[in-house]
Design a protein around this ligand. Structure first.
Ligand code: NAD
Length: 361
């Protein structure tokens, strides 16, 4: 049966990196004769400009009718003064929530060719391979009540709510334990249970679940310590599971271990393995329109899409292998450029990956 991928380029560098991701998807589609159909839609600031809504109803309908979604990035200063509910980032939160994409998987893998592009010493990041599992549709980003209010003193106050139910913790915990079973069998749950009640429950539920996974060695860490440990000795981690905001921050820290945020892909899954795939970075307005953005996080997100949602793991391996070979040839976008390597543009990097796909048997 024909599989369909719904593509949401978004804003700023979004369309630039997505066009390279799609070049790769189409090349693999042709090479393996997969018959994948690609359709495009609107999200973020561009959707707001065109339709008056950062996540139009048609986008949700089309996404639900697809086998997977590939998204670029949203947002930028142009829309910063919009009404809060109409901001591009709200559109992204809405699609994640509407599709119930509660588990965000962020593989943090060190390509050995980029070891000198990392801000850490090579001895600390050799063979780095961490999987961060971030809860994506709960926690403080979605908790109600939220808003602004006027205090008795006449001062304005902004407020948000951090809450997690047992069900929300358990379903993302299951994904993390199962991922650990397939990897190094070590799971570190990150919380702030010395201060926050919601994360006291988080720790209890994850601890209780460990009885179901006797082969997985479970540890717990406070988020402030985890941030420090990630830059002190990252190789101590195998799988990390954490809440929405902590995962957002820790995965950006982890991105820099690999050399650039432009290298980090992600998969956001629901309980049926339907997924939305996007690079971990934002829309990078500072470099938009210059053909300098690194498209590899998006191309590697396409690999995850083949692996998790389209059930074609061979396609994922072929893409990951091609990315490695392009790095072997010394091609680098500006963010990962080091001495003795060759600067290429966004589109040249995409084309180099395609060339390697053609020669890989
Ligand atoms: P950002 O990730 O867009 O950029 C941070 C820095 O990383 C910038 O210097 C940028 O040039 C660089 N960078 C990012 N992606 C890169 C790539 N592929 N290649 C080379 N360099 C890259 O974060 P920001 O500046 O905090 O946010 C910019 C906008 O993006 C904001 O509107 C923010 O809300 C939005 N945002 C969107 C998402 C998303 O769509 N998933 C995620 C984070 C931020």
């Amino acid at each position: 049966m024909t599989k369909s991928v719904y593509v949401l380029p978004g804003d700023n560098i979004g369309p630039e990196i997505i066009s390279e991701g799609i070049k790769v998807l189409e090349a693999v589609n042709e090479r393996l004769d997969l018959g994948i159909e690609v359709r495009y839609g609107l999200i973020g600031g561009h959707a707001l400009d065109v339709s008056g809504d950062p996540c139009p109803p048609e986008t949700l309908i089309e996404a639900r009718n697809s086998d997977a979604v590939l998204l670029g990035a949203v947002g930028g200063p142009r829309w910063d003064d919009c009404e809060r509910e109409m901001r591009p980032e709200k559109g992204l939160l809405r699609i994640r929530h509407a599709l119930n994409l509660f588990a965000n998987l962020r593989p943090v893998i060190m390509y050995p060719q980029l070891i000198t592009a990392s801000s850490l010493k090579p001895s600390l990041i050799n063979d780095l391979d961490i999987l961060i599992v971030r809860e994506l549709v709960g926690g403080i980003y979605f908790g109600e009540p939220r808003g602004f209010r006027i205090l008795e003193s006449g001062e304005k106050e902004g407020f948000n709510t951090l809450k997690y139910s047992e069900l929300e913790i358990r379903r993302v915990g299951k994904i993390a334990f199962e991922a650990a079973m397939k990897r190094g069998k070590r799971l570190c749950s990150v919380d702030k249970s010395n201060v926050l009640e919601a994360t006291i429950l988080w720790r209890q539920v994850i601890s209780d679940m460990s009885a179901e996974y006797p082969d997985v060695s479970l540890s717990h860490m406070y988020v402030d310590n985890a941030a420090m440990q990630l830059v002190r000795e990252p190789s101590q981690f195998d799988v990390i599971v954490t809440g929405n905001m902590f995962g957002d921050i820790l995965s950006d820290i982890s991105a820099m271990l690999t050399g650039s945020i432009g290298m980090l892909p992600s998969a956001s899954l629901n309980e049926k393995a339907f997924g939305m795939y996007e690079p971990c970075h934002g829309s990078a307005p500072d470099i938009a329109g210059q053909n300098v953005a690194n498209p590899l996080a998006t191309i590697l997100s396409v690999a995850l899409l083949f692996r998790y949602s389209l059930g074609v793991p061979d396609a994922a391996f072929v893409i990951e292998d091609a990315v490695g070979k392009v790095l072997d040839r010394g091609f680098r976008t500006l963010d990962i450029l080091t001495d003795d390597t060759t600067l290429v543009s966004t589109s040249e990097m995409g084309s180099a990956v395609i060339e390697e796909l053609k020669v890989t048997k």
